[in-house]
Structure formats: C-alpha cells, structure tokens
Design a protein around this ligand. Structure first.
Ligand SMILES: [Zn+2]
Ligand SMILES: [Zn+2]
Length: 248
C-alpha cells in the first residue's frame, strides 16, 4: 500500500515536474539514453585489476608486483563522461532518485560469471554517513545484489578511522598510507538475527561495491581486510573508473 502510494506520488510529481537529464538537461529522464550512449566505455584492453590501459587484456606489472588483494575489477564507464556527471549528482547533489538509474548501468552478465556470493558496500565513517544522510555505495550495492540475486551485507565491514576525503590526497602512495588499517571486519555477532560475521565471510566470494575506482587504494584496503577475515576471492564493482593519470 505504501509502495503504491509512493509510486503514485512520484508518478504525479513526474507529471507536474518532468525529470530532466542531469548532464544535458533534456526532459524525460534523469540520465537520458543519449548521454548514456555517448559515455565513454572502459576499453577491453585494460588491467583486469586496476583499469590501466594495456596493449592486450591481462594484469599490469604494478598489480602483479604489489600482489593486489583485489581479484577483479568490474566497471563499464569512464568517470570523465555523462555517466560520471550523474555519479557526481547522485553523490554530491543528493539526487537519490539516480540510484536505481545508475544501478541499471552495471554490466551484471560479467559479474554473474564470478559466482560471487555476497555484495558488500565500501563503508563510510559513521560521522560522514550521518552528515550526508546515506551512503551511496550502500544504495548501489543493495540494488546490485537484487539484480544478481545474491546476499547483501552492510554489516560486515566497518571504517574504524575517518580519513581525508580521497580527492584531497595528492598521490597514490599517500592515499595508501592514509588507508592502512582503516577498515575492519566486524567481530562477533550483530543485530537481532545474531549473525556470526566471521563465519559468514570465511571461504566466501565477495563483491565490493563502490561508485568510482580511482587509485583503488580504498577498495584494496577493504579487499585486504576481507581476505584476512577468510574471504576466498574479492572483486570490486564500480560504476566508473577515473584513471590515475587523469588526477595529475
Ligand atoms: Zn542527457
Ligand atoms: Zn593493474
């Protein structure tokens, strides 16, 4: 009943104030199909762990050398594109209706082949989550898990230290340093259902969900934490990638 009322309210609002594209302003959709079609997609020849362009598909020397805890990166669009504008609007302008629109852009066919069992969002520190009111990675993770038909777990990872917002960190090395021991897998049991989190992670294939992949420091830190808690495989799903070179 409530859902029906909500649907009716948004339908009525759309009639009075039709949505317009957050990138080009065309009326009709929050992110129009033309902008989606014009968004640059990630090349097929790229590092499967960090999106670094390569001469042929595989893993780059840097990812091999650092023995990245990340097993696979799934991402479809470049951040410097209309899809990137929509991500910014979702994140910084608090346009929450973009969540389902963006979640539809995930290429779930590739993720299905990973046989992942759990979707886990990259957590915000509780103080920042409170200030913003919600965690966009959590919204995307929940929608993605529904599309994939896998379990969604936002009670697994916690951010135990707040850090400088990622865009404020000048280099990849500085970012990595600032993220050491930032995340933890919750110990013991949680919630009214009394779930044993350590047991729930042990031997599992996990998909970490975030909005944008930049240096990968945050997700690598999360992946290392999940692996030390027993996860057997950790992939990361983001809507877009912003190559490190674009930050310089
Ligand atoms: Zn548009
Ligand atoms: Zn790489």
């Amino acid at each position: 009943m409530i859902a029906t009322l909500k649907d009716f309210t948004s339908y009525a609002l759309n009639l009075v104030f039709p949505p317009s594209c957050v990138h080009c302003g065309r009326e009709g959709e929050l992110l129009c199909h033309i902008c989606v079609a014009e968004s640059t997609t990630v090349q097929s020849n790229w590092c499967r762990k960090c999106a670094e362009p390569l001469t042929r598909a595989g893993t780059c020397t840097r990812c091999v050398a650092e023995r990245s805890s990340l097993d696979r990166l799934y991402s479809s669009y470049m951040y410097d594109s209309p899809v990137g504008s929509a991500i910014k609007a979702f994140k910084f302008d608090d346009i929450r209706a973009l969540g389902p629109v963006l979640a539809e852009l995930f290429n779930i066919e590739a993720m299905r082949r990973s046989n992942a069992e759990l979707a886990v969002p990259v957590p915000l520190h509780s103080s920042r989550s409170r200030a913003r009111g919600y965690n966009q990675s959590e919204v995307l993770g929940r929608l993605l898990s529904r599309r994939l038909g896998i379990e969604f777990r936002d009670d697994v990872l916690v951010r135990v230290r707040d850090t400088t917002p990622q865009t404020g960190q000048p280099t990849a090395v500085a970012r990595q340093r600032s993220l050491a021991s930032v995340f933890e897998v919750r110990s013991g049991v949680t919630g009214s259902m009394t779930k044993n989190i350590a047991r729930d992670i042990d031997g599992k294939r996990v998909l970490l969900v975030d909005d944008v992949f930049t240096t990968g420091s945050t997700v690598k830190s999360c992946a290392a934490t999940l692996k030390s808690a027993g996860a057997s495989w950790v992939g990361v799903v983001t809507l877009a990638v912003q190559p490190i070179g674009a930050l310089k």
